[in-house]
Each structure stands twice: as structure tokens, then as C-alpha cells.
Ligand binder design. Structure first.
Ligand SMILES: Cc1ncc(COP(=O)(O)O)c(C=O)c1O
Length: 389
């Protein structure tokens, strides 16, 4: 056999997926594993959204829709951004994708030439660096300072901009740290992007999942940013629709044009009846979102209180998303070693901080998009295992 793709070979498998799979296998073997490795709501998709999709299927909504998205969904997305983000778009700027992940992929494909650098603010979602590499780009790892709870500053961003820098990938609210960027941080990103003429891909998938009144600031709506920012969003997290695969990007027209072309020559479209259900999700009652966020909030408070009671564990405030990113302060073990011990000896599947970049070393991510009983058991097990690390 001739050598396979060096480009794909160079990309690591997702640590999150590996840990989730290990946890599943142990559970299948009869062990009482608590699986907190993944990033998916434990709730079922709200009933009215399920029904919209079933009705659509029964009405024959099972054909190819327009590749870039159905007109009624584009309208619903335009309205959503005007309502929630003060962002005024034309439908031509949008591309509906099968999941936000593909929207990021399409944005990178539209923007990057081989060797172009993309700044990643780390700890950052596990898939960003591989997605940049698969699109011919070079990830530039910006390690945010843990002693300042991973604050973004202009000075740090500037240090990492070279003449090859083309874009910055930002995630707000942030997986895994739970940070929601404040105005000063948003201003820092906007200033550096404008000074060095960088594109910004702003992944806002956790926009709706915020606590304690944290304010979401949409980067594209900041002065001077509309012409260089690709906003990525979707339904997976806010409407508990991970398996449906529905996301989108909103971009400056030239970027949207190429991203659309890329989609026509790859996945073609997001499924038709899922797009119909998405219109219901965006235009229909929003109480379901508030109810899920309220449930995450109870779990968040429970975990933050519990962490304070366990010597050797520490966490910053969690303002958004549904992860506890805890630092293990009393051990020399690596985050991978800690995550393996948690899995093998305490039967808790997690994601080691190193999966999010060097800045995450010493931390472990626990998803709290799971039921309270499992979280209570997690805390009991942590209280026993942490002193033995
Ligand atoms: C930061 C971030 N962006 C994007 C995604 C992917 O979302 P989707 O299911 O819409 O592809 C995830 C999923 O874990 C995520 O954590």
C-alpha cells in the first residue's frame, strides 16, 4: 500500500472521544462509571422541536434543500442575531451547516492558504488545532495565564502575531474554562485583529448558557469587526440538539461566498427536516432554554461548593458553558495521569487539561451536563481519591 495522507496522519485523535469511549467500554463491562468526558446536554430535545421535525418528515420534507440553507431558516437566523446580538445581517452572509463544527471547518477552508497562521487562545477546544491543520493552516498556541484565570490581553496576543498570521479563533463562552469574555478582553481581540488585519472566527455555540448575569458580547457586533469576523453558532448546546447536526456561520460576503462553494462540493447541506425544526427552535418558545440553563446552574453551584471542600482541588468562577475546569494543586502528576487514575480507580471519565493545550496542564475538565445523582457520586469519589494523588 502506498503511504496514506500525511496531513491526516499528523492530526491526533480527539482525547475527549477516546476518554468517552474508554468510559463506555468500562460501563459495558458492568462497572459503575460516571461519564463526564463529553460535552453534550443530558436533556432530550424539547418536545415542540421534535414534533416540528416529525411533521416535516410526514409532509415529505425529505429532499435536498438549498445547499446554503432554506430561506425560512436564513430569515430566522437573521432575526436571532438582530434580537440577541445587535448584529444586522443579510441572508447572503449566512451558511447553514451540519453542526457548528462544520461551520468552523468551512470558515477555515474559505480563509486559509497553506502556511497561514491561526492564533488559538488556550486552553481551547480540542478540535481547533486539528481543524486548522487539516485546512493547511498552522496553529499558533497562545497560552493564556492561569494566574489571571486565563484572561485575554492585547500584549499577549501581539507577542504571537507574525507576518504569516491570518486569523484568530475565539470561543466565547469558553470551553473548557467557563470564562465569558468581558468588554476589555473583547476590545483587546478587536484591536489586535484590526491592527494586524486578521480574520476572527468567533465560536459562540455556548452563547445561551451563562450564569450570574454574565453578558455575552458578540465580536462581530463590535465597531469595525463586522467586515472581518465569522460568527459561528448552532443548536447543539442551547437546544440539546447535538445529534441533529445543525449549525451556521455568519460572515462577510466574500467569506460566505467561498464557504458556500466549499459546502456545495463537500457535505452539500444540513438535513432538510432538521432545518424546519431549527426554525421552530429559533422562532418558538424559549422557556425550554431557560429551564435547561437553570438546571445547569444548580449543578454548577453544587460543584463549585464541593470543590471548595476538597483540599487539592481549585476552580475559578464558571460564567458560562457546562464544564468544571478544576486544577489539581497538590500533585506532580500530569493531567493525563490524573484523568487515567480518576477513570481506573474512581470510575470517573473526564478530559485531561492537556487536551486543550499546554495551558491546560494540571487541570481536568468535568462536564456537568449530567444528572445531580451522578454529580453527587462524583464528589464523594473525588473526596476519597484526590488526597491519594
Ligand atoms: C467550543 C465548541 N464549538 C463547537 C462544538 C461543536 O458543536 P456542533 O455539535 O454544533 O458541531 C463544540 C462541541 O463540543 C464545542 O465545545
Amino acid at each position: 500500500m502506498k503511504p496514506l495522507s500525511a496531513r491526516v496522519e499528523a492530526v491526533p485523535a480527539s482525547v475527549t472521544a477516546t476518554m468517552m469511549q474508554k468510559g463506555r467500554e468500562m460501563a459495558a463491562a458492568g462497572l459503575d462509571v460516571i461519564n463526564l468526558a463529553g460535552g453534550e446536554p443530558d436533556f432530550d430535545t424539547p418536545q415542540h422541536i421534535q414534533e416540528a421535525s416529525c411533521q416535516a418528515i410526514h409532509a415529505g420534507d425529505t429532499h435536498y434543500p438549498p445547499s446554503h440553507g432554506k430561506p425560512e431558516l436564513l430569515e430566522a437566523i437573521v432575526a436571532k442575531h438582530a434580537r440577541d446580538n445587535g448584529l444586522h445581517l443579510s441572508p447572503d452572509q449566512l451558511l447553514v451547516t451540519p453542526g457548528a463544527k462544520w461551520a468552523i471547518y468551512a470558515a477555515l477552508a474559505a480563509i486559509l492558504n497553506p502556511g497561514d497562521e491561526v492564533l488559538l487562545l488556550e486552553p481551547a477546544w480540542v478540535s481547533y488545532a486539528p481543524m486548522v491543520q487539516l485546512n493547511g493552516g498552522v496553529p499558533v498556541h497562545v497560552s493564556l495565564p492561569r494566574e489571571e484565570n486565563f484572561r485575554v490581553s492585547q500584549a499577549l496576543l501581539r507577542e504571537h502575531v507574525t507576518p504569516r498570521a491570518k486569523a484568530m479563533l475565539v470561543n466565547n463562552p469558553t470551553n473548557p474554562t467557563g470564562r465569558v469574555l468581558d468588554q476589555e478582553e473583547i476590545d483587546a481581540i478587536a484591536a489586535v485583529a484590526q491592527e494586524f488585519d486578521l480574520f476572527v472566527i468567533s465560536d459562540e455555540i455556548y452563547e445561551k448558557i451563562r450564569y450570574d448575569g454574565a453578558i455575552h458580547r458578540c465580536l462581530a457586533a463590535q465597531p469595525g469587526m463586522g467586515e472581518r469576523t465569522v460568527t459561528v453558532n448552532g443548536l447543539s448546546k442551547s437546544y440539546a440538539m447535538t445529534g441533529w447536526r445543525l449549525g451556521w456561520l455568519a460572515a462577510p460576503l466574500p467569506v460566505a461566498r467561498l464557504a458556500r462553494r466549499y459546502q456545495t462540493q463537500s457535505v452539500t447541506c444540513a438535513p432538510s427536516f432538521v432545518q424546519t425544526a431549527a426554525v421552530t427552535a429559533l422562532n418558538g418558545p424559549q422557556e425550554c432554554v431557560a429551564e435547561m440553563v437553570a438546571a445547569y446552574d444548580v449543578r454548577r453551584r453544587f460543584l463549585l461548593d464541593a470543590v471548595q471542600e476538597i483540599p487539592g482541588l481549585e476552580s475559578g468562577p464558571i460564567q458560562g458553558a457546562f464544564y468544571l475546569f478544576a486544577r489539581f494543586t497538590e500533585t506532580d502528576k500530569s493531567s493525563l495521569e490524573i484523568a487515567n487514575i480518576l477513570l481506573e480507580q474512581a470510575l470517573i471519565a473526564t478530559t485531561p487539561g492537556i487536551a486543550f493545550g499546554q495551558a491546560g496542564e494540571g487541570y481536568v475538565r468535568f462536564s456537568f451536563a449530567t444528572d445531580m445523582a451522578s454529580l453527587e457520586k462524583t464528589v464523594e469519589r473525588l473526596a476519597r481519591i484526590v488526597p491519594r494523588l
